[in-house]
Design a protein around this ligand. Structure first.
Ligand code: SF4
Length: 363
């Protein structure tokens, strides 16, 4: 195999097979990989626009039975610091989100055995009755947990949650879609196939979802590429993923020691390769909350076309050591500094107007 030939093919939209993806990951020069990914990004998004969304990550409960070793957010049932956010607190957060021009709530939490399907149906109905916010809610892991509590098939749970107001499903809980790694870092969590099958059901019902990957768990090149390959195969069948987002494992305060390369350079390598390998997922989002806005700017030249969310609130990665926050004006500044024009979007990547009368915050 020749690196140059493979990069030229992938940069122009040609498909890489698994062995070729692994070969490029292990052998391509980082800048050459980035240039190929940038070319591919330009083909897919030729208008020089980089999008972002104003939404709020609301973690409605931190109580969880799953005890993932990489997680510093959860607390077990019965612990003194456990919480479930009240309707009053949620209403305040949702109102604030709307006043900042937010269009969506990213609603995620632990696997709390006290919250059943009826709790979520009530919560979603109440949200829709009182706010004009889209609900990008739960994760395959939470859906599996709710279905198990209700003793209902995944499909029925998704249908009921959608009827109650759920708009789309975030791709949380994927980490690395490889059961050897999952057994090591989160032995009580769903398998790779279970995660993919929830996504397939959601897509079959016409629901849009996102795909994620967390690296830094001593995964091999093959495990990394197989993760992308599984996403790509599902996307070939369903076309339900709107975007892919990858970020490095944040170890601070977790029970898992960091024994892997989670540097910005590895992030850029993985993201560029993802742009080339995931030829059927239209959007790639940078992960500035974990790496900082400057790396976010660079990542826009390594295949990404979206700056993610302004992150009004984020508890999970910030508990484990990621502490970056930005206003929409700051996000737009970084997008411009990277040479692009900013535009707001919703979860489906429809462009939204940037209203001049909305509070923008200091640059
Ligand atoms: S990652 Fe999610 S499922 Fe795992 S312990 Fe944390 S909150 Fe629970």
């Amino acid at each position: 195999m020749q690196v140059d030939e493979l990069l030229a093919r992938a940069a122009n939209g040609g498909r890489l097979d698994l062995a070729e993806g692994i070969f490029l990951y292990e052998n391509a020069d980082l800048n050459a990989l980035g240039a190929a990914a940038d070319h591919r990004r330009q083909m897919l998004h030729p208008d020089g626009v980089v999008t972002y969304i104003i939404d709020r990550n609301v973690n409605y409960t931190n109580i969880c039975v799953t005890r993932c070793k990489f997680c510093n957010f959860y607390t077990p049932p019965g612990a003194a610091d456990g919480y479930v956010l009240s309707r009053e607190t949620l209403a305040e957060k949702f109102r604030e989100t709307e006043s900042l021009g937010g269009v969506q709530i990213l609603l995620q939490g632990g696997l709390n055995p006290a919250l059943d399907l009826a709790y979520y149906e009530d919560l979603f109905r109440w949200t829709k009755q009182n706010f004009k916010l889209a609900l990008h809610a739960l994760s395959p892991t939470e859906i599996i947990h709710i279905a198990e509590l209700a003793d209902l098939p995944i499909r029925e749970v998704l249908i009921r949650l959608r009827a109650a107001g759920m708009d789309s499903l975030p791709g949380g809980g994927a980490e690395i879609l490889d059961d050897e790694i999952r057994t090591r870092i989160s032995p009580f969590k769903n398998t790779a196939d279970e995660w993919l099958s929830v996504m397939r059901e959601a897509h079959d019902l016409g629901m849009k979802t996102t795909a994620t990957m967390v690296f830094g768990f001593q995964e091999s090149s093959e495990q990394l590429l197989l993760h992308m390959d599984r996403l790509r195969r599902l996307q070939d069948d369903t076309h339900g993923f709107t975007a892919f987002i990858t970020w490095p494992f944040q170890a601070e305060g977790t029970r898992l020691k960091l024994r892997d390369d989670t540097s910005p350079l590895r992030y850029l390598r993985i993201q560029a390769l993802a742009r080339l390998y995931l030829d059927n997922i239209p959007n790639l989002q940078v992960s500035w909350p974990t790496l900082g806005p400057e790396i976010g700017e660079v990542a826009l030249r390594f295949g990404a076309n979206d700056f993610g969310s302004i992150m009004i609130e984020e508890n999970v990665v910030s508990t484990a050591g990621a502490h970056f926050m930005m206003t929409s004006a700051q996000v737009e500044t970084h997008i411009r500094l990277a040479g692009f024009a900013p535009a707001r979007r919703n979860m489906r990547y429809d462009r939204l107007p940037i209203a001049a009368d909305l509070p923008r915050g200091p640059a």
